[in-house]
Write a protein that binds this ligand. Sequence first.
Ligand code: ADP
Ligand code: MG
Length: 437
Amino acid sequence: MTKDSQQTAAIQVALRIRPLTGRDRAQPRFANLAQDDVLKVHESTVQVVPHNKLFTFDYVFGPDSTQNEIFSALGDKLIQKFVDGYNVTILAYGQTSSGKTYTMGTAQHSGRYNAEEEGIVPRAMAQLFDILHQTDSAIIRPPKYTVKVSFVEIYNEELIDLLNSAPPGETPPVTIREDSKGHIYWTGVKEVVVHSTDDVLFYLEQGTQNRATGSTDMNEKSSRSHAIFSVSLRQEKWMPSQTSGLSQASLSRAASPTPSRSTGSRQRPPSSLNVRPSLNDLRQPEEGDWIITSSKFNFVDLAGSERLKRTAAEGDRRKEGININAGLLALGNVISALGDSSKRSTHIPYRDSKLTRLLQDSLGGSATTLMIACASPVEYNLSETLNTLQYANRARNIKNRIERNEVEEWMTTDNIELLRGMIGKLRQEVRVLKSGS
Ligand code: ADP
Ligand code: MG
């Protein structure tokens, strides 16, 4: 396995330090602060100046980094993976007002549109459509694709569909289920087909508006809830088979009333079933199958990671705080269970929260996960910043697990020669073992 594939399989952690905002500087004692009084960046290491502690991440972006730099360094590759058929997740972690929403670009407000300030989601979608639209016109059967988005919020361990603005009594209950293959799916969540980045921006804005309704203080609520913007991509690609001319198989297929279907992912899509192949078609050298790839990209803007003690811990608010911490706590536990090789065979506590349950498919396994830890450069936030750095540092442990599991990764290869060789060897071994006993 090459170094590159190890890197892409591993969980990556990026740290982004936001610049001082007008609000920070409005406080007289911070008016003369420099951007790097608290956190100093040296390449991919950050120094916590007052504690003289160092943390290393896969990427570290200082206060001057632009949205464009962030996307080129992080988003670009992930979209390519997504198009290649992998599940991808980006998690934005950090205390409230550390820049999670700004970095992810999950909030869209029509009145304040500024292309340079766009976050990861709009850029990722623009890139996705660019790739999907790049069709080679020489291809006889061009690939087909469907892109769908959904936008949900988890607040008080309750799932809220941000794309469904119907009154609560009229919306179907949202449930998280698992199919027989162990894949997670949600019922009752609206999934809408999108054809362009503009469509996506429209739904982001709708979701942002719905997020604000029903709460007296939008910031209050958004800092206590997780927002998950999900994109599912289904691609159908025509894969010509090696044989040319009129094979026996294609003859019998033409003679039977319905085209014979192969199993699994090589199924012909239902949409093309009603077009009976004519004998002429079958004589074409481009005999083959439609290969179907499905992948999901989750953009997760996590609840603020600040600890309860700093919030007004009273009544309902206290409950919210605890529940949100439960989601982040469960995420932390899942991350460390995945990262700790001694726990590898024990179960991963996905069921401990709605957040981890929803993200089950995207955490560990063959999925690609990026955590963007967001931090504030202000001394007042120092203890939360340290917590963020420690949490993010723990997330990096997953890397070890994935490197050690590279055999499993390798098993997902589509290199048939490799697999044949391996099966041949194993059969040989079984024969030897059997004859020896
Ligand atoms: P969070 O979602 O973590 O609570 P926000 O993304 O809302 O934080 O950021 C808090 C404030 O800081 C917002 O006003 C946002 O526009 C600003 N901000 C955050 N990161 C940056 C950045 N990298 N550059 C400029 N402004 C930023
Ligand atoms: Mg936010």
